[in-house]
Design a protein around this ligand. Structure first.
Ligand code: ATP
Ligand code: MG
Length: 397
């Protein structure tokens, strides 16, 4: 079967009651953005589905799609898509359907061990019900190919879905990424290191419908530019899901040196992270983000014990979302591979959080000691300077 359209299914957006129209608009926008990057395609809304077709499609005319790999990848990048089906859109009259399934019998069923037809209808006014359709179309295919019908576990299933004016014939259902359309849940600012976790956390926030901007703290001159390049490359991968992504890069080395001179080494990780959250809060407000996102994971390293997370979070002026909080490292790595960030994340770089830090940092920082150190510093000026010095990069996918 040569597809002439892709039928795109969504589900969760249905659950959102009065906001349904808003969600579908966002999904359609997101899908149109993705597929237009893949080629000359357009998106229409039909009876509870979105349909992607050649941009020259008009009314009942659907030109065949050529090679679809890029198009499928684009659909799979669109959050809110539950599943999709490469299909043939044909006029829905029974005679037209019988003609089309005869072709499918020759091309896709002949030689198989068994088949069945599975029909469904968005338009219940259609003169035949699903059972009748199954029988009519099944008879054509069996007669032509000689392949027996088998209702349980057939080798080939021919789907026929009746829409308002057309029917969609298809052979397979593919899984989409799920989630909610990007832009349907507000904007967040992701703290993006060069590591494995934070890009995955950003991807999960996007899949929940957030538009994501990112901030990277750069420990120059103590680290090489490679850390920053990694952050940029990771941001570019995340940006595929969005219109574009704004990456802020904050010079952080001077702040780290000041903290090193003012505090016992064991407290440094917590102090660094508190400064990051203060600066990120400021940048988020500037950029209209409503929350911060980190790749924190409970109990992995010294900065991520529950005690330290509490002391660190107290410095944030916005909610801190931690999508990976309960993930096992193996789950995070598997997801990083799937979304394509893993290969970038494992490139060697120096991690700014380990700069000047002794082998055994404090795992339960005393908030009073942390505040005493910060009380001796001009934290407000340090934050204001860092915010003023932040670079802004518009990252295009
Ligand atoms: P990651 O793999 O994301 O670096 P991690 O498990 O190594 O996470 P940490 O290095 O302790 O954990 O960092 C925890 C979180 O703090 C990161 O996931 C990220 O959100 C944020 N973070 C750490 N370093 C930076 C940085 N240089 N710039 C921006 N955010 C950072
Ligand atoms: Mg890290």
């Amino acid at each position: 079967m040569t597809p002439n359209a892709v039928l795109v299914r969504y589900a969760e957006v249905f659950l959102k009651g009065g906001r349904r129209g808003f969600f579908i608009r966002r999904l359609k926008e997101g899908l149109a953005r993705q597929v237009s990057r893949a080629g000359p395609y357009r998106v229409r809304e039909v009876h509870g589905f979105l349909i992607v077709a050649d941009e020259r499609s008009r009314g009942a005319e659907f030109p065949d799609l050529g090679s679809c790999e890029g198009l499928f990848e684009a659909v799979e990048r669109t959050f809110g898509v539950v599943g999709y089906t490469p299909c043939r859109m044909v006029p829905r009259e029974v005679s037209a359907l019988e003609r089309e399934v005869a072709r499918i019998a020759d091309e896709d069923v002949a030689g198989a061990a068994s088949f069945k037809v599975e029909s469904s209808r968005s338009d219940k006014e259609y003169p035949l019900d699903s059972m009748e359709l199954n029988r009519r179309l099944g008879a054509v295919i069996a007669g032509r190919s000689g392949v027996p019908v088998r209702l349980r576990d057939p080798a080939v299933t021919v789907h026929c879905h009746i829409l308002a004016r057309h029917a969609a014939l298809s052979l397979e259902n593919r899984k989409g990424p799920g989630g909610l359309p990007v832009g349907s849940s507000g904007r967040v600012l992701l703290l993006l290191s060069g590591g494995i976790d934070s890009p995955v956390a950003g991807w999960l926030a996007m899949r929940r419908g957030c538009e994501v901007d990112a901030v990277h703290f750069e420990a120059a001159p103590y680290t090489t530019p490679e850390a920053r390049r990694k952050a940029e490359d990771l941001a570019r991968i995340l940006a595929r899901h969005e219109r574009s992504l704004r990456l802020r890069v904050v010079p952080f080395g001077a702040i780290q040196a000041t903290l090193r001179d003012a505090a016992p080494g064991a407290l440094l990780v917590v102090l660094y992270r508190r400064m990051m959250l203060r600066i990120a809060t400021r940048l988020a407000r500037e950029g209209q983000a409503q929350a911060l996102v980190t790749g924190d994971n409970l109990g992995q390293v010294a900065s991520q014990t529950l005690e330290n997370l509490c002391v660190i979070e107290a410095a944030a002026g916005l909610p801190v979302l931690r999508p990976l909080l309960t993930y096992d490292k193996m789950e995070t790595v598997a997801l990083a591979r799937r979304i394509g960030t893993y290969e970038v994340s494992i490139r060697p770089h120096e991690d700014c959080c380990s700069l000047f830090v002794p082998a055994h940092p404090e795992t339960a920082a005393d908030p009073a000691r942390v505040e005493a150190v910060e009380g001796r510093l001009d934290v407000e000026t340090m934050v204001a300077r860092a915010v003023a010095a932040a670079d802004t990069l518009a990252i295009e996918p």
